[in-house]
Design a protein around this ligand. Structure first.
Ligand code: NAD
Ligand code: UD1
Length: 334
């Protein structure tokens, strides 16, 4: 089966490309390289022996997209491409709606024109907003209490996919709601390499460890959690990538929605400790006030994915830290 990965040179897309190639799928990648580097393709080749065909195209470039679809003859699209800097989305909401929502509409129009009926979409736990409970299940109402335009774009795209499925009985869409992806491929050759300033915990921990950021600001230690700091469900990116392979195998008409998470929460202080233990180095941090829009504790109920996709996570936060350190050592050696 020939699969197009939009945003496939990015963090999650590149790890997914590796797992798909390992399973014998033919993978092609498109990306505008806004937040990733073309050298990722060589790393994918080093790991798998296969260098995916690459199109440097923007989702908003309708003609470029049409040309790619005409050549590609894809059976399925995994749609990772999007902007994801939450803070920037608050300052520049139109840029986010145009790129993420407008880009997805272009993609869906191309799919329709070229007879591609299957799509897997990278959504986020952010669509749940504040449910007032920690454990999140797929049937909960979404779209209420989302605190930033980035999260809104994920919700709007989910709604668009549902409407398209309603209008076209042949359409097959799987929405994957990721919890917090961390870690890198165990080779240490690829990892999260954002061109922009990170605002998520793990990329910041990485930059503190290399000295690029002086210390980690822990946003609040007065939450009602195990140690007062925020609790999230950190999923190893290779487990997440394998979740996509499971989803590819299970495509079916209509809309299917799955949480991809571990089902286990980890606090910020526990993450710091895990990094310190794996690296043998102290990680400088200070406790500061809460970050606006943050929730105390959320984690996935991943049982639907286990039941229907036959997928569950295998790796731990400790594995993620060990692999991340390998990746940091590799980057430092370059
Ligand atoms: P990433 O930034 O590493 O990858 C996204 C890729 O999309 C980048 O390579 C970027 O250059 C590309 N891109 C952006 N706009 C584009 C456009 N208009 N045309 C072509 N390419 C474009 O991010 P990631 O962490 O790999 O995330 C992948 C997807 O998963 C995103 O949709 C993101 O919103 C979603 N997601 C990520 C997380 C996370 O914490 N990493 C959590 C939940 C959901
Ligand atoms: C954030 C976004 C969410 C987005 C997700 C993935 C906010 C309010 N939410 O979620 O919309 O879908 O990223 O991109 O921005 N932390 C610190 N110090 C830091 C950074 C984070 O203490 O410098 C804490 C946070 O308070 C939180 C945890 O670490 O408790 C994880 O934060 P983060 O990685 O930003 O993910 P989310 O908050 O889950």
């Amino acid at each position: 089966m020939k699969i197009l990965l939009t945003g496939g040179t990015g963090y999650i897309g590149s790890h997914t490309a590796i797992e798909l190639i390992k399973q014998g799928y033919e993978v092609e990648i498109m990306d505008n390289l806004f937040n990733s580097k073309i050298t990722v393709l060589d790393k994918i080749e080093e790991i798998t022996g296969v260098k995916p065909k690459f199109y440097e195209v923007d989702l908003l470039d309708k003609e470029g997209m049409r040309k790619m679809f005409e050549e590609g003859k894809y059976e399925l699209v995994i749609h990772f491409a999007g902007l994801k800097a939450v803070g920037e989305s608050v300052e520049k909401p139109l840029k986010y709606y145009e790129n993420n929502v407008g880009g997805t509409i272009n993609l869906l129009e191309c799919m329709k024109e070229f007879g591609v009926h299957k799509i897997i979409f990278s959504s986020s736990a952010t669509v749940y907003g504040d449910q007032g409970v920690s454990e999140l299940t797929e049937e909960m109402q979404t779209g209420v209490g989302i605190t930033n335009p980035y999260g809104e774009t994920k919700h709007v795209i989910e709604e668009i996919l549902k409407d398209v499925a309603e209008a076209d009985p042949k359409f097959e869409a799987t929405i994957l709601r990721y919890f917090n992806p961390v870690g890198t491929h165990e080779s240490g050759l690829i990892g999260e390499d954002p061109n922009d300033i990170p605002n998520n915990l793990m990329p910041i921990i990485m930059k503190v460890s290399t000295g690029e950021i002086e210390k980690l600001k822990v946003y609040g230690d007065d939450y009602d959690t195990v140690d007062g700091t925020g609790v999230r469900d950190y999923i190893h990116v290779v487990d997440l990538a394998k979740g996509h392979v499971a989803a590819v195998k299970k495509m079916q008409p209509g809309i299917s929605i799955y949480n991809l998470g571990t089902g286990k929460g980890t606090s910020v202080l526990e993450m710091i400790k895990a990094f310190e233990e794996a690296s043998g180095k102290k990680l400088p941090y200070e406790i500061v006030g809460r970050r606006a829009g943050d929730l105390a504790e959320i984690y996935a109920n991943p049982s639907k994915a286990e039941r229907e996709l036959g997928w569950k996570t295998e790796k731990t936060v400790e594995d993620a830290m060990r692999d991340t350190i390998k990746y940091l050592d590799y980057c430092a050696s370059k």
